[in-house]
Each structure stands twice: as structure tokens, then as C-alpha cells.
Design a binder for this molecule. Sequence first.
Ligand code: FES
Length: 64
Amino acid sequence: MYICICNALKDSELAEASNDARTVSEVFKRCGRRPQCGKCLPDVAQLIEDARCVENGAQTIAAE
Ligand code: FES
């Protein structure tokens, strides 16, 4: 599914680029693109947050 229509970026590509990313612009840089209209920015921010939650969950499970 396309998340960023302006750059033809799919959720899978953005999710992979979101791993360990701190900012939305960092995700776009990893994809070799720049945000244009900005409509997808909240969704990309959510992907970063989701990646953090997965990482934190994995650390919690590993610590148990
Ligand atoms: S939809 Fe991503 S910049 Fe426009």
C-alpha cells in the first residue's frame, strides 16, 4: 500500500527505513526522497513510533 503518493513510497519500504530512525526527514533521506505535500508525514511518524515500540518490546522480552 502506498503511504507517500508524492514519492511513490510503500508502507513496507517506509517501515524498513523507519527502523532506528529518529525523525521523519531521516526516513525520507534513507529512501533517497524528500517530503513534498506533507500529507503522509503523520503516517511516517507513526511508523517510527511503531518501530520503537517493537524494539522496546523485544528488549523487554529479552530482559525477562
Ligand atoms: S504524500 Fe508524502 S509528501 Fe505527499
